[in-house]
Ligand binder design. Structure first.
Ligand SMILES: [Zn+2]
Length: 406
């Protein structure tokens, strides 16, 4: 973490400033704190491998004590949730310079959630959230709440002059975000079921995508999001599972009316996700003048909530062409790629039947098979695809991924 983050942080329990404790555990690199302890008027919290952990439970305290006793590797392995064997495999992987996000994920999260993360850059909920951020995100400071391993954080970072704060309760997700997905982000490990560890009015843009239904203390979190956004901030919540429609891994859902009521002080507007995704796949504009009442949302499986005092948000936004590459150009990893001379034969191949069942809607923009006039074995450049480049990017057949992603 950069020391400047201390200006934004507050203890989640007593609300006071956090200060860096000058003890033997402290490891700094210029203005960056790699290891150390943050203290407030009630508590102490560790900074572990550059990430402040503002949680006061026994595992976090044990990790802090291990770090203070000089056992940093042990502290890191424990917050990453790794046993001795997995920690050794991760260590060996990182010794080589070629480790990718997917390699690390296979050690840290070898389950369905890991699969979801690898293919995150093209799933329909990401496409929706990404387009909304590009439409209404400004250059102001943003927070990506329950931001997981930083996929949307990366999009927010392309828009924002200040480092994007990404908050999540799972340390391992933030560690991957910092290392691979969004290296310029400011990760903060904290529990969204508790008061959030930030000063009031800090974030002109508060984003929470695809996670609110999993939070038990929804009333508390809604109040906290309103507090962080202040009177002038914007709250963006794409893909809220509705209890009136069917969702995979639905979480503890509410009705659209109940979501709206939680954010009532900010006069939120509700949008049907099917309308917004239809706009996006039409490649023209995303229409935020077309909000609906909860009754009109009906049994729509998910809705998007937007609260903003800026009337300019609620209009039709042009969907811009993909911009300049920020990472590496890749063929979507959902494709099996077979080189055929100077061409590449692509076949859509879902990683698991469960993934196909949940995210099969990618077929609305990813064809089952196609041939590209490029040799897929070399480094890909936009120029190789000629006039079809923009369309291939829009349809997520080509992706702009972080370096060392898959
Ligand atoms: Zn405190």
């Amino acid at each position: 973490m950069d020391l400047s983050l201390l200006d934004l942080l507050r203890c989640p329990f007593c609300g006071t400033h956090l200060d860096l404790v000058d003890n033997e555990a402290l490891v700094r690199d210029g203005s960056r704190v790699l290891w150390g302890v943050l203290g407030c008027q009630c508590c102490a919290f560790p900074v572990l491998d550059g990430i402040p952990v503002l949680i006061a439970d026994d595992p976090t305290r044990a990790a802090m004590h291990a770090m203070e006793a000089g056992r940093k590797e042990e502290a890191l392995a424990s917050v990453l949730g790794l046993d001795v064997s997995a920690a050794e495999r991760l260590h060996a992987l990182l010794e080589g310079a070629t480790a990718t996000y997917r390699d690390a994920l296979e050690i840290i999260s070898p389950d369905a959630e890991g699969t979801y993360f690898v293919y995150r850059f093209s799933d329909p909920t990401f496409v929706l959230a990404e387009t909304l951020i590009r439409a209404i995100g400004g250059t102001a400071r943003a927070i990506d709440l329950c931001g997981g391993s930083g996929h949307l954080t990366r999009v927010l970072g392309e828009q924002s002059a200040a480092p994007v704060v990404v908050a999540d309760v799972f340390y391992w997700k933030l560690w991957l975000a910092q290392r691979f997905t969004a290296p310029d982000c400011a990760p903060v490990c904290c529990d969204a079921n508790h008061p959030l560890p930030f000063a009031a009015g800090t974030f002109p843009l508060v984003v929470l995508s695809d996670a609110f239904p999993y939070i038990w203390h929804k009333r508390l979190l809604a109040g906290e999001m309103l507090r962080l956004a202040g009177d002038r901030g914007t709250i963006l919540m794409p893909h809220l599972h509705s209890s009136l429609g069917f969702n995979f891994s639905a979480g503890m859902t509410l009705t659209p009316a109940a979501y709206r009521d939680l954010f009532a002080p900010a006069q939120p507007r509700i949008f049907r996700d099917s309308d917004l995704l239809g706009d996006i796949l039409g490649h023209t504009a995303i229409d935020l003048s077309r909000d609906v009442t909860p009754e009109q949302a009906g049994d729509e499986p998910s809705v998007t909530l937007v609260a903003s005092r800026d009337a300019g948000v609620f209009r039709k936004h042009h969907v811009a062409d993909p911009g300049a590459l920020t990472g590496e150009l890749r063929i979507n990893p959902l494709y099996r790629v077979e080189p055929r001379g100077a061409q590449a034969q692509l076949t859509l191949a879902f990683p698991t039947p469960e993934y196909e069942e949940e995210f099969g809607a990618v077929r609305r923009y990813l064809p089952d098979s196609l041939t590209l006039d490029v040799d897929p074995r070399g480094r890909l450049t936009p120029a190789q695809f000629g006039t079809s480049y923009t369309d291939l990017r829009r349809r997520r057949i080509l992706l702009d991924t972080p370096a060392r992603y898959v």
